[in-house]
Ligand binder design. Structure first.
Ligand code: UT7
Length: 341
Protein backbone atom coordinates (compact mmCIF):
# COMPACT_ATOMS: atom_id res chain seq x y z
CA UNK A 1 0.00 0.00 0.00
CA UNK A 2 1.36 3.44 -0.99
CA UNK A 3 0.14 7.02 -0.75
CA UNK A 4 0.66 8.72 -4.09
CA UNK A 5 0.14 12.28 -5.34
CA UNK A 6 -1.94 11.57 -8.45
CA UNK A 7 -2.86 15.13 -9.48
CA UNK A 8 -1.90 18.73 -8.79
CA UNK A 9 -3.33 22.19 -9.49
CA UNK A 10 -2.64 25.82 -8.60
CA UNK A 11 -4.41 29.16 -8.61
CA UNK A 12 -2.96 32.65 -8.45
CA UNK A 13 -4.81 35.96 -8.35
CA UNK A 14 -4.88 37.92 -11.62
CA UNK A 15 -3.12 40.99 -10.25
CA UNK A 16 0.70 40.72 -10.59
CA UNK A 17 2.70 43.46 -8.87
CA UNK A 18 6.36 43.96 -9.72
CA UNK A 19 8.94 45.35 -7.30
CA UNK A 20 8.97 48.62 -9.27
CA UNK A 21 5.19 48.90 -8.99
CA UNK A 22 5.35 48.21 -5.25
CA UNK A 23 8.02 50.89 -4.89
CA UNK A 24 5.45 53.49 -5.88
CA UNK A 25 3.69 53.08 -2.50
CA UNK A 26 6.35 51.45 -0.28
CA UNK A 27 9.76 52.91 0.66
CA UNK A 28 11.73 50.22 -1.16
CA UNK A 29 13.24 49.44 -4.56
CA UNK A 30 13.75 46.59 -7.01
CA UNK A 31 17.49 46.39 -6.36
CA UNK A 32 17.08 45.92 -2.58
CA UNK A 33 14.30 43.35 -2.87
CA UNK A 34 16.09 41.28 -5.54
CA UNK A 35 19.49 41.36 -3.87
CA UNK A 36 18.13 40.54 -0.38
CA UNK A 37 15.46 37.99 -1.35
CA UNK A 38 15.46 37.03 -5.04
CA UNK A 39 11.85 38.22 -5.29
CA UNK A 40 10.78 40.08 -8.45
CA UNK A 41 6.98 40.14 -8.24
CA UNK A 42 3.97 38.81 -6.34
CA UNK A 43 0.26 38.20 -7.02
CA UNK A 44 -2.27 40.04 -4.84
CA UNK A 45 -5.94 39.10 -4.66
CA UNK A 46 -8.66 41.65 -5.41
CA UNK A 47 -10.99 42.69 -2.60
CA UNK A 48 -13.76 40.41 -3.85
CA UNK A 49 -11.57 37.28 -3.58
CA UNK A 50 -11.45 35.12 -0.42
CA UNK A 51 -9.00 32.37 0.48
CA UNK A 52 -11.67 29.74 -0.25
CA UNK A 53 -12.05 31.11 -3.82
CA UNK A 54 -8.40 30.53 -4.64
CA UNK A 55 -8.45 27.21 -2.76
CA UNK A 56 -11.51 25.98 -4.69
CA UNK A 57 -9.99 27.04 -8.03
CA UNK A 58 -6.74 25.19 -7.28
CA UNK A 59 -8.78 22.14 -6.18
CA UNK A 60 -10.88 22.21 -9.37
CA UNK A 61 -7.71 22.28 -11.46
CA UNK A 62 -6.36 19.23 -9.59
CA UNK A 63 -9.72 17.46 -10.09
CA UNK A 64 -9.64 18.32 -13.80
CA UNK A 65 -6.08 17.00 -14.09
CA UNK A 66 -7.11 13.69 -12.53
CA UNK A 67 -10.22 13.50 -14.72
CA UNK A 68 -8.04 13.96 -17.80
CA UNK A 69 -5.62 11.27 -16.60
CA UNK A 70 -8.22 8.64 -15.65
CA UNK A 71 -11.24 9.47 -17.82
CA UNK A 72 -13.38 9.59 -14.67
CA UNK A 73 -15.85 12.52 -14.68
CA UNK A 74 -14.70 15.48 -12.60
CA UNK A 75 -17.85 15.55 -10.46
CA UNK A 76 -17.57 11.88 -9.58
CA UNK A 77 -13.94 12.43 -8.53
CA UNK A 78 -15.12 15.34 -6.35
CA UNK A 79 -17.74 13.08 -4.77
CA UNK A 80 -15.12 10.36 -4.17
CA UNK A 81 -12.94 12.62 -2.00
CA UNK A 82 -12.93 11.25 1.56
CA UNK A 83 -11.28 14.18 3.33
CA UNK A 84 -10.45 17.79 2.43
CA UNK A 85 -7.59 19.35 4.37
CA UNK A 86 -7.03 23.07 3.94
CA UNK A 87 -3.76 24.37 5.27
CA UNK A 88 -4.02 28.11 5.81
CA UNK A 89 -3.01 30.81 8.25
CA UNK A 90 -5.21 33.36 6.47
CA UNK A 91 -8.53 31.56 6.11
CA UNK A 92 -11.92 33.07 5.28
CA UNK A 93 -13.06 33.53 8.90
CA UNK A 94 -11.35 34.38 12.22
CA UNK A 95 -10.52 31.26 14.19
CA UNK A 96 -11.71 29.09 11.33
CA UNK A 97 -15.39 29.45 12.22
CA UNK A 98 -16.50 28.05 9.87
CA UNK A 99 -13.44 26.20 8.56
CA UNK A 100 -12.34 27.35 5.10
CA UNK A 101 -12.23 23.64 4.12
CA UNK A 102 -16.01 23.41 4.61
CA UNK A 103 -16.58 26.45 2.39
CA UNK A 104 -14.37 24.80 -0.25
CA UNK A 105 -16.20 21.48 0.10
CA UNK A 106 -19.44 23.21 -0.82
CA UNK A 107 -17.86 25.12 -3.72
CA UNK A 108 -16.41 22.03 -5.41
CA UNK A 109 -19.26 19.60 -4.70
CA UNK A 110 -17.22 17.15 -2.61
CA UNK A 111 -20.35 16.23 -0.70
CA UNK A 112 -19.01 12.99 0.81
CA UNK A 113 -15.85 14.53 2.24
CA UNK A 114 -14.98 15.28 5.83
CA UNK A 115 -13.28 18.68 6.00
CA UNK A 116 -10.94 20.43 8.39
CA UNK A 117 -8.38 23.25 8.44
CA UNK A 118 -4.88 23.21 9.81
CA UNK A 119 -2.68 26.19 10.58
CA UNK A 120 1.02 25.37 10.44
CA UNK A 121 2.11 28.52 8.61
CA UNK A 122 4.65 27.88 5.86
CA UNK A 123 5.22 24.21 6.81
CA UNK A 124 1.56 23.36 6.14
CA UNK A 125 2.13 21.27 3.02
CA UNK A 126 4.60 18.96 4.74
CA UNK A 127 2.38 18.47 7.80
CA UNK A 128 -0.53 17.92 5.42
CA UNK A 129 1.29 15.13 3.57
CA UNK A 130 1.94 13.25 6.82
CA UNK A 131 -1.62 13.74 8.08
CA UNK A 132 -3.06 12.60 4.75
CA UNK A 133 -0.85 9.48 4.77
CA UNK A 134 -2.01 8.71 8.32
CA UNK A 135 -5.67 9.14 7.38
CA UNK A 136 -5.27 6.90 4.33
CA UNK A 137 -3.48 4.20 6.31
CA UNK A 138 -6.61 3.41 8.35
CA UNK A 139 -10.21 2.66 7.43
CA UNK A 140 -11.64 2.64 3.92
CA UNK A 141 -10.47 6.09 2.85
CA UNK A 142 -9.01 6.23 -0.65
CA UNK A 143 -8.66 9.85 -1.75
CA UNK A 144 -7.63 12.99 0.11
CA UNK A 145 -7.60 16.52 -1.24
CA UNK A 146 -4.86 18.60 0.39
CA UNK A 147 -5.10 22.31 -0.39
CA UNK A 148 -2.68 24.98 0.77
CA UNK A 149 -4.14 28.46 0.33
CA UNK A 150 -3.07 31.86 1.61
CA UNK A 151 -4.19 35.45 1.23
CA UNK A 152 -1.29 36.86 3.20
CA UNK A 153 -2.01 40.28 1.70
CA UNK A 154 -4.95 40.48 4.14
CA UNK A 155 -2.64 40.16 7.17
CA UNK A 156 0.26 42.20 5.81
CA UNK A 157 1.27 45.57 7.25
CA UNK A 158 1.74 47.55 4.04
CA UNK A 159 3.60 50.26 5.95
CA UNK A 160 6.31 47.79 7.10
CA UNK A 161 8.81 47.45 4.26
CA UNK A 162 10.65 44.73 6.19
CA UNK A 163 7.73 42.33 5.63
CA UNK A 164 5.32 43.64 2.96
CA UNK A 165 7.75 43.15 0.07
CA UNK A 166 8.15 39.46 0.93
CA UNK A 167 4.68 37.96 0.66
CA UNK A 168 2.18 37.05 -2.05
CA UNK A 169 -1.21 35.34 -2.36
CA UNK A 170 -1.73 31.92 -3.91
CA UNK A 171 -3.10 28.40 -3.58
CA UNK A 172 -2.28 24.88 -4.72
CA UNK A 173 -3.92 21.50 -4.32
CA UNK A 174 -2.85 17.87 -4.56
CA UNK A 175 -4.96 14.72 -4.63
CA UNK A 176 -3.38 11.90 -2.63
CA UNK A 177 -4.57 8.37 -3.28
CA UNK A 178 -4.09 5.04 -1.56
CA UNK A 179 -2.69 2.72 -4.24
CA UNK A 180 -1.48 -0.86 -4.46
CA UNK A 181 2.13 0.19 -5.23
CA UNK A 182 4.74 -0.93 -2.66
CA UNK A 183 5.88 1.58 -0.03
CA UNK A 184 9.27 -0.10 0.39
CA UNK A 185 11.65 -2.21 -1.68
CA UNK A 186 11.83 -2.43 -5.47
CA UNK A 187 9.34 -0.25 -7.31
CA UNK A 188 8.44 1.69 -4.15
CA UNK A 189 6.34 4.74 -4.80
CA UNK A 190 4.54 7.68 -3.22
CA UNK A 191 5.24 9.47 0.05
CA UNK A 192 8.08 7.42 1.53
CA UNK A 193 8.69 9.33 4.73
CA UNK A 194 8.04 12.67 6.41
CA UNK A 195 9.97 14.44 9.12
CA UNK A 196 8.11 17.03 11.20
CA UNK A 197 9.26 19.34 13.95
CA UNK A 198 8.56 22.51 15.91
CA UNK A 199 10.38 24.97 18.15
CA UNK A 200 7.78 26.90 20.11
CA UNK A 201 10.57 28.91 21.76
CA UNK A 202 10.67 30.90 18.53
CA UNK A 203 6.93 31.60 18.46
CA UNK A 204 7.35 35.37 18.61
CA UNK A 205 9.76 35.49 15.66
CA UNK A 206 6.84 35.38 13.25
CA UNK A 207 3.56 36.46 14.78
CA UNK A 208 0.15 38.07 14.27
CA UNK A 209 -0.30 39.55 17.74
CA UNK A 210 -3.83 40.89 17.68
CA UNK A 211 -7.26 39.41 17.22
CA UNK A 212 -6.89 36.04 18.94
CA UNK A 213 -7.70 35.00 22.53
CA UNK A 214 -4.36 36.32 23.82
CA UNK A 215 -4.87 39.88 22.55
CA UNK A 216 -8.48 40.29 21.43
CA UNK A 217 -9.79 43.61 20.20
CA UNK A 218 -11.77 45.30 23.01
CA UNK A 219 -15.04 47.14 22.76
CA UNK A 220 -14.53 50.82 21.85
CA UNK A 221 -10.81 50.24 21.22
CA UNK A 222 -9.41 52.55 18.54
CA UNK A 223 -7.50 50.28 16.18
CA UNK A 224 -4.62 51.78 14.22
CA UNK A 225 -3.89 48.67 12.14
CA UNK A 226 -5.75 45.44 11.33
CA UNK A 227 -4.13 42.16 12.50
CA UNK A 228 -0.80 41.83 10.69
CA UNK A 229 2.38 39.78 10.49
CA UNK A 230 5.39 40.94 12.51
CA UNK A 231 8.69 39.20 11.89
CA UNK A 232 12.22 39.07 13.26
CA UNK A 233 13.70 38.49 9.81
CA UNK A 234 17.21 37.69 10.96
CA UNK A 235 16.03 35.09 13.53
CA UNK A 236 13.81 33.37 10.96
CA UNK A 237 16.62 33.47 8.40
CA UNK A 238 19.08 31.73 10.71
CA UNK A 239 16.46 29.16 11.77
CA UNK A 240 15.60 28.50 8.13
CA UNK A 241 19.14 27.86 6.93
CA UNK A 242 19.84 25.50 9.84
CA UNK A 243 16.57 23.57 9.59
CA UNK A 244 16.64 23.14 5.80
CA UNK A 245 20.15 21.75 6.08
CA UNK A 246 19.29 19.45 9.02
CA UNK A 247 16.02 18.16 7.55
CA UNK A 248 17.58 17.33 4.18
CA UNK A 249 20.55 15.57 5.81
CA UNK A 250 18.32 13.55 8.16
CA UNK A 251 15.86 12.45 5.47
CA UNK A 252 18.70 11.35 3.18
CA UNK A 253 20.34 9.45 6.02
CA UNK A 254 17.08 7.76 7.09
CA UNK A 255 16.40 6.65 3.50
CA UNK A 256 20.03 5.62 2.92
CA UNK A 257 20.42 7.76 -0.20
CA UNK A 258 22.62 10.68 -1.24
CA UNK A 259 21.79 14.14 -2.54
CA UNK A 260 22.79 13.05 -6.04
CA UNK A 261 19.92 10.50 -5.98
CA UNK A 262 17.40 13.35 -5.84
CA UNK A 263 15.84 14.61 -9.07
CA UNK A 264 14.87 17.86 -7.37
CA UNK A 265 14.49 19.49 -3.95
CA UNK A 266 11.54 21.87 -3.62
CA UNK A 267 12.12 24.21 -0.67
CA UNK A 268 9.67 26.67 0.86
CA UNK A 269 10.01 29.77 -1.31
CA UNK A 270 10.91 32.49 1.19
CA UNK A 271 14.30 33.83 0.15
CA UNK A 272 16.74 32.65 -2.50
CA UNK A 273 19.64 33.49 -0.13
CA UNK A 274 18.29 30.98 2.42
CA UNK A 275 18.23 28.28 -0.25
CA UNK A 276 21.71 29.16 -1.52
CA UNK A 277 23.18 29.17 2.00
CA UNK A 278 21.67 25.74 2.68
CA UNK A 279 22.92 24.44 -0.68
CA UNK A 280 26.47 25.51 0.14
CA UNK A 281 26.34 23.95 3.62
CA UNK A 282 25.16 20.67 2.10
CA UNK A 283 27.74 20.78 -0.68
CA UNK A 284 24.84 20.22 -3.08
CA UNK A 285 25.23 20.86 -6.82
CA UNK A 286 23.80 24.03 -8.33
CA UNK A 287 20.36 23.53 -9.81
CA UNK A 288 19.17 20.76 -7.48
CA UNK A 289 16.84 23.22 -5.70
CA UNK A 290 13.84 24.46 -7.67
CA UNK A 291 12.94 28.07 -6.89
CA UNK A 292 10.17 30.32 -8.18
CA UNK A 293 10.00 33.07 -5.53
CA UNK A 294 11.17 35.50 -8.20
CA UNK A 295 7.67 35.26 -9.72
CA UNK A 296 5.37 34.55 -6.75
CA UNK A 297 7.26 35.79 -3.64
CA UNK A 298 6.51 33.91 -0.39
CA UNK A 299 3.01 32.39 -0.47
CA UNK A 300 3.51 30.60 2.88
CA UNK A 301 1.91 27.12 2.94
CA UNK A 302 1.08 27.34 -0.77
CA UNK A 303 4.65 27.91 -1.96
CA UNK A 304 5.81 24.27 -2.12
CA UNK A 305 2.72 22.82 -3.85
CA UNK A 306 2.65 25.75 -6.31
CA UNK A 307 6.21 24.83 -7.28
CA UNK A 308 5.31 21.13 -7.40
CA UNK A 309 2.42 21.87 -9.75
CA UNK A 310 4.62 24.01 -11.99
CA UNK A 311 7.14 21.18 -12.34
CA UNK A 312 4.40 18.60 -12.85
CA UNK A 313 2.65 20.70 -15.48
CA UNK A 314 5.93 21.24 -17.33
CA UNK A 315 6.50 17.45 -17.41
CA UNK A 316 9.67 17.84 -15.38
CA UNK A 317 8.73 15.13 -12.85
CA UNK A 318 9.26 11.66 -14.32
CA UNK A 319 7.70 8.49 -12.98
CA UNK A 320 10.12 7.01 -10.46
CA UNK A 321 11.93 10.32 -9.71
CA UNK A 322 12.97 10.71 -6.07
CA UNK A 323 12.02 14.22 -4.94
CA UNK A 324 12.24 16.07 -1.66
CA UNK A 325 10.10 18.87 -0.27
CA UNK A 326 11.32 20.89 2.70
CA UNK A 327 9.63 23.69 4.62
CA UNK A 328 9.96 26.01 7.60
CA UNK A 329 8.05 28.90 9.06
CA UNK A 330 5.95 30.38 11.84
CA UNK A 331 5.68 28.36 15.02
CA UNK A 332 8.48 27.96 14.49
CA UNK A 333 7.77 24.79 12.52
CA UNK A 334 9.77 22.73 10.08
CA UNK A 335 9.62 19.51 8.11
CA UNK A 336 10.42 17.63 4.96
CA UNK A 337 9.26 14.67 2.93
CA UNK A 338 10.73 12.20 0.45
CA UNK A 339 8.48 11.20 -2.41
CA UNK A 340 8.89 8.82 -5.34
CA UNK A 341 6.90 10.40 -8.18
O1 UT7 B 1 8.11 32.03 5.39
C1 UT7 B 1 9.05 32.22 6.37
C2 UT7 B 1 9.09 33.64 6.67
N1 UT7 B 1 10.15 34.48 6.51
C3 UT7 B 1 11.41 34.31 6.10
O2 UT7 B 1 11.88 33.28 5.72
C4 UT7 B 1 12.25 35.53 6.13
C5 UT7 B 1 13.63 35.27 6.67
N2 UT7 B 1 14.42 36.50 6.69
C6 UT7 B 1 14.83 37.13 5.56
O3 UT7 B 1 14.57 36.67 4.47
C7 UT7 B 1 15.67 38.37 5.70
O4 UT7 B 1 16.04 38.52 7.05
C8 UT7 B 1 14.95 39.64 5.21
C9 UT7 B 1 14.79 39.60 3.70
C10 UT7 B 1 13.57 39.76 5.86
C11 UT7 B 1 15.75 40.88 5.56
O5 UT7 B 1 17.04 40.81 4.99
P1 UT7 B 1 18.30 41.29 5.82
O6 UT7 B 1 19.47 41.17 4.95
O7 UT7 B 1 18.28 40.51 7.12
O8 UT7 B 1 18.01 42.83 6.03
P2 UT7 B 1 17.81 43.64 7.37
O9 UT7 B 1 16.47 43.36 7.96
O10 UT7 B 1 19.01 43.41 8.26
O11 UT7 B 1 17.84 45.12 6.85
C12 UT7 B 1 19.01 45.69 6.26
C13 UT7 B 1 18.70 47.12 5.85
C14 UT7 B 1 18.09 47.98 6.95
O12 UT7 B 1 18.60 49.29 6.79
P3 UT7 B 1 19.76 49.84 7.76
O13 UT7 B 1 19.19 49.75 9.13
O14 UT7 B 1 20.92 48.90 7.55
O15 UT7 B 1 19.96 51.22 7.27
C15 UT7 B 1 16.62 47.98 6.64
O16 UT7 B 1 15.96 49.13 7.11
O17 UT7 B 1 17.74 47.11 4.78
C16 UT7 B 1 16.64 47.97 5.13
N3 UT7 B 1 15.44 47.41 4.56
C17 UT7 B 1 14.96 47.74 3.34
N4 UT7 B 1 15.41 48.61 2.43
C18 UT7 B 1 14.71 48.71 1.28
C19 UT7 B 1 14.62 46.46 5.11
N5 UT7 B 1 13.63 46.17 4.25
C20 UT7 B 1 13.82 46.96 3.16
C21 UT7 B 1 13.13 47.11 1.94
N6 UT7 B 1 13.62 47.98 1.03
N7 UT7 B 1 12.04 46.38 1.64
Amino acid sequence: MAFEIVATGRALPKNRITNDELSATVDTNDEWIRSHTGIGSRYIAGEDVATSDLAALAAKRALAALAKKTGEPENSIAESIDVIIVSTSSGDYVGGVPPTSCVVQNKIGAKNAAAFDMAVCCTGFIYGLEIASGLLSTGSRKRILLICAELLSRITDWSDRGTCVLFGDGAAAVIIEKTQAPLTGDGKRGILRCLLGADGGGAESLIVRRGGSKNPYRKNEVVDKPPHIEMDGRAVYNFAVKTITDVISKLLEQEGVGISDLAVIIPHQANVRIVEAARKRLGAPEGVFYTNMEEYANTSAASIPIALDELNEAGRLKKGDLIMVVGFGGGLTFGGALIVW
